[in-house]
Design a protein around this ligand. Structure first.
Ligand SMILES: C[S@@+](CC[C@H](N)C(=O)[O-])C[C@H]1O[C@@H](n2cnc3c(N)ncnc32)[C@H](O)[C@@H]1O
Length: 252
């Protein structure tokens, strides 16, 4: 990649904005995957790279035991507050704080591209029971609100300064090979397109939570948000996203 990438540990600086600005995961898509994987309500599952628990909160009503592993203290603090029924643990994909064969499935929302390495996959396989499942999700932006030339130039320039966000890594599909090499069946996939409606503050929070903006100094982010408030009038903002999901099981 020609441009420097924003670091994967940037999110914690904007944990509150992350919680405010990022969408929930679509229940309907989750239902389809849980059903296809034949995961039962008494299953134990892991949410890896759980952040503030956007995916965790959808797993808690579905499964008896939900462990949420997140390396960033600020993100985990929000998760504990918002999803108290999950077992929030400090850890990473490279060092998962679970015993061998402890979970039936590993879920990961908007995070797997940060740690799709043979090392992390070996950890995922270690904590999974035989025939255990892996399901990964991303939101891919399709259409954005028209904010006017000046606001859009400001956003482009600010993103450029902060390094590339994770999306190109997702779209490259380079995260697939380590899954196949770790002994999983062929990936199955599904998607769900939806419109997301936010107010201006939700929209700004979403922008501030993107890794390439989250990675910048506090004063720069504050100035960026203040300038956006001058350029974008309050009111509803609509965008379209495609939520993509990929899932598989360990081979026999
Ligand atoms: C974009 S957030 C996704 C959060 C949440 N899963 C969601 O659905 O919104 C990516 C998360 O991955 C975490 N992360 C980054 N590197 C990681 C690693 N090596 N192992 C586990 N989590 C990691 C970050 O701290 C961040 O909270």
């Amino acid at each position: 990649m020609s441009r420097r990438e924003a670091p994967p540990d940037a999110f914690g600086r904007t944990a509150r904005e992350y919680e405010l600005g990022r969408p929930l995961w679509p229940e309907e898509l989750l239902d389809r995957i849980v059903s296809d994987l034949e995961l039962r309500a008494d299953a134990a599952v892991l949410d890896l790279g759980a952040g503030t628990g956007k995916l965790t909160r959808a797993l808690v009503p579905r499964f008896e035991r939900v462990v949420a592993v997140e390396p960033d203290d600020a993100m985990r603090a929000v998760l504990r507050e918002v999803v108290p029924r999950a077992e929030a643990r400090r850890g990473s994909a490279e060092a998962i704080p679970l015993e061998q064969g402890e979970v039936d499935a590993v879920f990961s929302g908007e995070a797997f591209h940060w740690f799709a390495t043979p090392e992390a996959l070996a950890e995922i396989v270690r904590v999974l029971r035989p025939r255990g499942a892996l399901a990964v999700f991303w939101n891919i932006g399709l259409e954005y609100p028209d904010l006017g030339e000046e606001a859009e130039a400001l956003i482009d320039e600010t993103m450029e300064r902060g390094g590339m966000p994770g999306l190109p890594r997702v779209l490259s599909g380079e995260w697939r090979a380590p899954i196949a090499a770790a002994g999983f069946e062929e990936l199955r996939e599904d998607e769900l397109e939806r419109e997301l409606v936010t107010d201006r503050e939700g929209w700004i929070a979403n922008l501030l939570s993107v890794s390439s903006i989250a990675a910048q100094p506090n004063e720069d982010r504050t100035a960026f948000a203040a300038r956006l408030r001058e350029l974008v009038p309050p009111g509803e903002l609509r965008r379209r996203v495609n939520t993509v999901a990929y899932w598989t099981r360990l081979r026999d």
